[in-house]
Design a protein. Structure first.
Length: 244
């Protein structure tokens, strides 16, 4: 797979699909990818919703290459409290009842509590073995010299430069010294994005992340018994399914 552009195809995004389109994709590869993030400070140069929009973009490219569909971004983090685990467990249960066989939860927000929450939310849904689930950061499966993450520094800035160049304003960082230890006044963590960030760095980072997630989805689907790998409702029609 090679990410040749930064266009996010609507035909892999659940909210844009008509019933027959969704059913067709589900029957080909019964996987749903769910991106997570929040509204949070990401420097003066990046959008506040960076975490979810980058996770969503990576998952769209993953679904384009491997199959499956992407659920709309979720904008609440583990910081909202323990009740959110139940909310997302309900979402995952609905995806399961809809007939999908693999649920991939990907967080663009890099805190351990976020992944712990998503794993707890998946546990009751996957406990009977009829579906598989995975929760991780966007680079958990691809982390290497060319694929990593930080906070609004080299990596996150590069990701947004690749997918959403019009949302980046590098001039907002000025040309003076920056705090790169997550402390005010800059709130960045990592390498100076003015020196190290580029659209090409972001392209390669996101390409590797999308590939690794897609391979994980394929592996999880193939780990199910042969008779349980298919989309398992009669159809996306009012008799069988209404909402998620």
């Amino acid at each position: 797979m090679h990410l040749q552009d930064n266009i996010l195809p609507p035909d892999v995004q659940m909210q844009y699909l008509r019933p027959a389109q969704l059913e067709d994709r589900a029957r080909q590869f019964p996987v749903v990818y769910v991106p997570f993030g929040l509204i949070e400070w990401h420097g003066r140069h990046l959008p506040l919703g960076n975490d979810a929009i980058k996770a969503h973009a990576i998952l769209c490219k993953c679904a384009q290459a491997y199959g499956g569909v992407v659920y709309p971004p979720q904008w609440m983090s583990a910081n909202f409290g323990p009740q959110l685990t139940e909310v997302y467990s309900t979402l995952f249960s609905k995806i399961k009842r809809m007939g999908f066989r693999v649920i991939i939860a990907i967080s663009g927000h890099g805190i351990e509590q976020q992944i712990d929450m998503l794993e707890r939310a998946l546990e009751p849904v996957t406990a009977d073995g009829s579906v598989r689930g995975y929760a991780g950061y966007e680079i958990s499966l691809s982390k290497c010299a060319q694929s990593d993450f930080d906070h609004a520094a080299k990596w996150e800035t590069s990701n947004v430069m690749h997918f959403f160049p019009d949302l980046v304003d590098m001039s907002a960082l000025g040309d003076g010294p920056l705090r790169l230890d997550l402390e005010p006044p800059d709130g960045l963590l990592g390498l100076d994005p003015r020196v190290h960030a580029s659209a090409e760095v972001g392209r390669r980072n996101c390409e590797l992340a999308a590939q690794a997630i897609g391979e994980k989805a394929r592996e999880l689907l193939e780990s199910l018994p042969p008779g349980q790998r298919e989309f398992n409702i009669a159809g996306i029609t009012p008799e069988h399914w209404w909402e998620i």
